[in-house]
Write a protein that binds this ligand. Structure first.
Ligand code: C2E
Ligand code: CA
Ligand code: CA
Length: 551
C-alpha cells in the first residue's frame, strides 16, 4: 500500500478502520481531559490540546464528527473540572464553560465542513479519472478498478469482451465530431441496456468498448443482445446509419492475468474476426503464439540478412538422356541461433507479406550471381535457377537489380534462370506476361515451377514468354505406382515439347522414376536420385567431378 492509499483510507475510512479511528478520538479526548486535570485545571493553556481530537474528528467524520467531539470536549471541560486545582478555585461560571463548548463545537463543525468539501473534490477528481466524459461510462481506469476489486474479493474467473465499432473513422469524416459523439452516446446506451446488470460496460477509446462479465454463463446472452444491435438504425442528422460491431473475447485467468493484457488479447481476437469474416471471436492462445513466432521469425530474418548469415545451397540438375550436368537450383538455408533451422517454406511466405521480401531478394540475387561469378572465374560456367516469389514479379526494382548484377559479374544472361511458381503466374496473368517479357529482354530464362499444381495458367501457357516447365514433385514421385500421375507427367512432357519448352522433372528419387522419365523423353531431372542440395564447397567438388567424368 502506498502513501496515497493510506491517506485515502484515512479520509474515506471504512469498516474496521472507521471503528479504530473512532476509538482513537475518544481516547485522545479522555487523554486531553487527564492532561488538563494533571496540569492544574482549565485556567491553563494545556486545555488547547483538546482541539487536536476535535479537529481530527471533524476531518475524519465530517461535520457531525466534529460537532460530536466538540460537545464531548466541552462537557469534559465543564464544571466537572476546576479552574485551578492548586488554588482550589471554585468551579467555572456557566457563561465561561458554555462559551468554550460553543467554540469547541464550532471548530469541530468548521473542520468537518472543510473536510467534506475536500472529500467531495477528491471524489470528483477520482470520478474524472475513472469515467469517460462523453458516455459517463467507466473508462479504462474505472474498469481496472472494478476488475481489481472483483478479483480481490472473489478470485473467480471473469470474461472480458472488447467491442469495436466498424467504420467509425469514415463516419467521423463524413458527419463531423459532434454528430459522431452523439452516435457513440446512443450506441453506448444501447450496449448498456444489452449488457443489463450481467456485466460492467466501459469505454476504452473512440470506437472501442469493453464489458467485464463475472459470470461466464451470461456471455452468450450478452453477445446475442449486442450483435442484434448491428441491425438497428441510428438517426444522426436525419440520416439512418447502421453501426457494425465486432467482438473479441478473452478469459481471466486462462488467457491473461491483468485487464490491460486481457483487453490486448481480446483485441487480437477482433483482428481474427476480420480475417474470418465473423463478428465474434474468442482469443486463441495457440494461434497467437504462432503469430508471435512469426513476428520473431521476421525479426530474426531481418538480422540474418543484415549479418549475412543466410546461406545458399545448390541442388544439381542433370540432363536425363545423357546424365550430363545441366546446372543448379539455388535454395536458401537458414539456421537461426534462437529459432534453429527454419524451412524456406515456413519463412518465405511470411516474408512476402512484408517489405522484408525486398531485402531478401536483393540478398538472394547478389549471393547467387556472386557464386556464378566465382565458378565462372574458375572455368566452371554453370546455369543457376533462382526462385522468385510472387511479390518479386511486381517489383520493377528487382528486375533492374538483376540486370545490374548480370552486368557487374559479367554473367551470360541465359545462364540465369528465374523460377516462378505456376500459382503466382496465374494470379495476374496479363501483368505477369509483361514482367516475364522484361526478363526475356534481359536475356534470362524463365521456368514455370511446380507445374501441374495451379491449373489456371495452363490455359495461358502458349501466351507466356517462358522457356521451361518444371513438373511438380508431387506427380513425379508417384509415376512408378500411380497411373494417373504417370499420365499427367507424360502429358506435361509432350505438352511442353509441343510448345517448344524444355521440361524438367523435380523430385526424382528412384532409378525407376528416372528410367520412366528417360523413356518419356523428359529433358532434365532434379531430385535426391541425382543429389540433395549441396553447400558451396561440395557443389564445386561435385561439379568438377561431373565435368571430368562426362567430358
Ligand atoms: P521448390 O522451388 O519447389 O524447391 C524444391 C524443393 O524440393 C526444395 O525444398 C528441395 O530441397 C526439395 N527437393 C528437391 N529434390 C527433392 C526430392 O527428390 N524429394 C523431395 N521430397 N524433395 C526434394 P526446400 O529447399 O525446402 O525449398 C522449399 C521451397 O521454398 C522451394 O520449393 C521454393 O518455393 C522455396 N524456396 C527455397 N529457396 C528459395 C529462394 O531462394 N527464394 C524463394 N523465393 N523461394 C525459395
Ligand atoms: Ca524452384
Ligand atoms: Ca518446385
Amino acid at each position: 500500500m502506498n502513501i496515497f492509499e493510506i491517506y485515502k483510507k484515512l479520509i474515506f475510512p471504512e469498516g474496521k478502520v472507521k471503528i479504530l479511528l473512532g476509538i482513537l478520538i475518544i481516547t485522545l479526548l479522555t487523554f486531553g481531559y487527564f492532561i488538563v486535570l494533571l496540569t492544574g485545571g482549565t485556567a491553563f493553556a494545556y486545555l488547547h490540546i483538546l482541539y487536536v481530537p476535535i479537529i481530527f474528528s471533524g476531518l475524519i467524520f465530517s461535520v457531525h464528527g466534529g460537532v460530536f467531539a466538540g460537545l464531548i470536549a466541552g462537557i469534559f471541560m465543564s464544571p466537572l473540572l476546576q479552574v485551578n486545582f492548586s488554588e482550589n478555585t471554585f468551579s467555572q461560571p456557566f457563561s465561561s464553560w458554555s462559551f468554550r463548548m460553543v467554540i469547541f463545537i464550532l471548530v469541530g463543525a468548521i473542520a468537518g465542513a472543510g473536510s467534506s468539501v475536500f472529500r467531495a473534490y477528491i471524489r470528483e477528481l477520482e470520478l474524472k479519472q475513472t469515467t469517460d466524459p462523453l458516455t459517463r461510462l467507466p473508462n479504462l481506469n474505472g474498469l481496472i478498478k472494478s476488475f481489481t476489486s472483483f478479483i480481490q474479493k472473489t478470485q473467480k474467473a471473469l470474461i472480458v469482451i472488447v467491442v469495436e465499432l466498424d467504420r467509425m473513422n469514415e463516419i467521423d469524416r463524413a458527419m463531423g465530431e459532434e454528430r459522431t459523439d452523439a452516435l457513440i452516446v446512443q450506441v453506448a446506451e444501447n450496449l448498456k441496456s444489452s449488457v443489463k446488470d450481467f456485466g460492467i460496460l466501459g469505454r476504452l477509446q473512440s470506437n472501442r468498448f469493453a464489458i467485464l462479465v463475472p459470470n461466464e454463463e451470461n456471455v452468450p446472452e450478452i453477445l446475442k443482445e449486442c450483435t442484434a444491435l448491428s441491425e438497428k438504425a441510428y438517426h444522426i442528422g436525419n440520416i439512418p446509419l447502421f453501426v457494425e460491431m465486432r467482438f473479441g473475447v478473452s478469459r481471466y485467468p486462462l488467457d491473461e492475468k491483468d485487464l490491460n493484457n486481457l483487453i490486448r488479447v481480446a483485441s487480437i481476437a477482433i483482428n481474427a474476426t476480420k480475417e474470418q469474416a465473423q463478428r465474434i471471436s474468442y482469443f486463441n492462445k495457440q494461434k497467437s503464439d504462432s503469430s508471435e513466432r512469426n513476428l520473431l521469425i521476421l525479426h530474426q530474418l531481418k538480422k540474418a540478412i543484415e549479418e549475412g548469415s543466410l546461406l545458399l545451397e545448390y541442388q544439381p540438375k542433370v540432363y536425363i538422356q545423357t546424365g550430363k550436368v545441366m546446372g543448379f537450383e539455388a535454395l536458401v538455408r537458414w539456421n537461426d541461433p534462437i529459432l534453429g533451422p527454419i524451412n524456406p517454406e515456413d519463412f518465405i511466405p511470411l516474408t512476402e507479406e512484408t517489405l522484408l521480401i525486398n531485402a531478401f531478394t536483393k540478398w538472394l540475387l547478389e549471393a547467387s550471381l556472386l557464386q556464378m561469378h566465382k565458378w565462372n572465374k574458375g572455368g566452371l560456367l554453370v546455369p543457376i535457377s533462382i526462385n522468385f516469389s510472387m511479390k518479386n514479379l511486381h517489383d520493377p526494382s528487382v528486375i533492374e537489380n538483376l540486370n545490374f548484377l548480370i552486368e557487374k559479374y559479367r554473367i551470360p544472361p541465359p545462364c540465369v534462370e528465374i523460377e516462378v511458381t505456376e500459382t503466382s503466374v496465374a494470379a495476374n496473368i496479363s501483368e505477369t506476361i509483361k514482367v516475364l517479357k522484361k526478363l526475356r529482354e534481359i536475356g534470362t530464362r524463365v521456368t514455370v515451377d511446380d507445374f501441374g499444381t495451379g491449373q489456371a495458367s495452363q490455359q495461358y501457357l502458349f501466351e507466356l514468354p517462358i522457356n521451361v516447365i518444371k513438373i511438380d514433385k508431387m506427380f513425379v514421385q508417384s509415376i512408378s505406382h500411380n497411373p494417373a500421375a504417370a499420365a499427367i507427367v507424360k502429358n506435361a512432357i509432350s505438352l511442353g515439347h509441343d510448345l517448344h519448352l524444355e521440361v524438367v522433372a523435380e523430385g526424382v528419387e528412384t532409378r525407376n522414376q528416372q528410367e520412366l522419365l528417360k523413356e518419356w523423353g523428359c529433358d532434365i531431372g532434379q531430385g535426391y536420385f541425382y543429389g540433395k542440395s549441396l553447400k558451396e564447397k561440395e557443389a564445386t567438388a561435385w561439379l568438377k567431378k561431373m565435368l571430368d567424368t562426362k567430358d
